[in-house]
Design a protein around this ligand. Structure first.
Ligand code: GDP
Length: 200
């Protein structure tokens, strides 16, 4: 898919205020600093559609972008744990879970993972939560230019091994670098195929 137009639509702190539109949407999420803004800018071919390196603790917003006038790309804030009072149970921010529970237009979420790191508990728990809530998702490994090819291969294999301890099969995954501008086309093709399926 070639991106012809990419327009900012709206930023929201409430799911209820997200665009009232039937267009299919795709959400991008991950821990802060994972490279999400850079990836969105690479995918859309825009230098600063998504704001890179915003300060941690900034207001958490759901940002909608309209792509090619026929689907929404959603930039979600980084997830973290919210402590439930009087309980040791860990839950994700209500704001994030509300988006996934309520947004019927969501076709697929993309969970971004820094390819340099070992599987992190919070990412694994978040994917577990998505699975339990029957929310389709893919994985995007970021910043792969920072690793030597052998190291990258090892990390991806290791990640797959850990995923397969809890998942029957590996979700779709993509290997990207916003700096080297690689992996974006695969993601766009994946989205295009899903768009064709949902609009059939
Ligand atoms: P966000 O907080 O997830 O939106 O992450 P950003 O896109 O703002 O990126 C965080 C930092 O990682 C910035 O300093 C980026 O320049 C850097 N970064 C993001 N993507 C890449 C990448 O593919 N390769 C390299 N080398 N650095 C990256």
């Amino acid at each position: 898919m070639k991106i012809n137009t990419a327009e900012f639509v709206i930023s929201n702190s409430k799911v209820a205020k997200c665009p009232n539109s039937p267009l299919p949407e795709y959400a991008f999420i991950g821990r802060s600093n994972v490279g999400k803004s850079s990836l969105i800018n690479m995918l859309t071919g825009r230098k600063s559609l998504a704001k890179t390196s915003a300060k941690p603790g900034k207001t958490q917003l759901i940002n909608h972008f309209l792509i090619n006038k026929n689907w929404h790309l959603v930039d979600l804030p980084g997830y973290g744990y919210a402590k439930v009072s009087k309980s040791e149970k860990r839950v994700f921010q209500r704001f994030i879970t509300a988006y996934f529970e309520e947004r019927k237009q969501l076709v697929c979420a993309f969970v971004l993972i820094d390819s340099r790191h070992k599987p992190q508990k919070i990412d694994m728990e978040f994917m577990q939560w998505l699975g339990e809530n029957a929310i389709p998702f893919g994985l995007i490994f970021t910043k792969t230019d920072k690793l030597k090819p052998k190291e990258l291969e090892k990390n991806i294999l290791n990640y797959q091994e850990e995923m397969l301890q809890v998942w029957e099969e590996m979700p779709h995954f993509f290997i990207t670098s916003s700096t080297s501008k690689t992996g974006g086309e695969d993601i766009l093709e994946f989205i295009e195929n899903l768009n064709n399926e949902v609009t059939e």
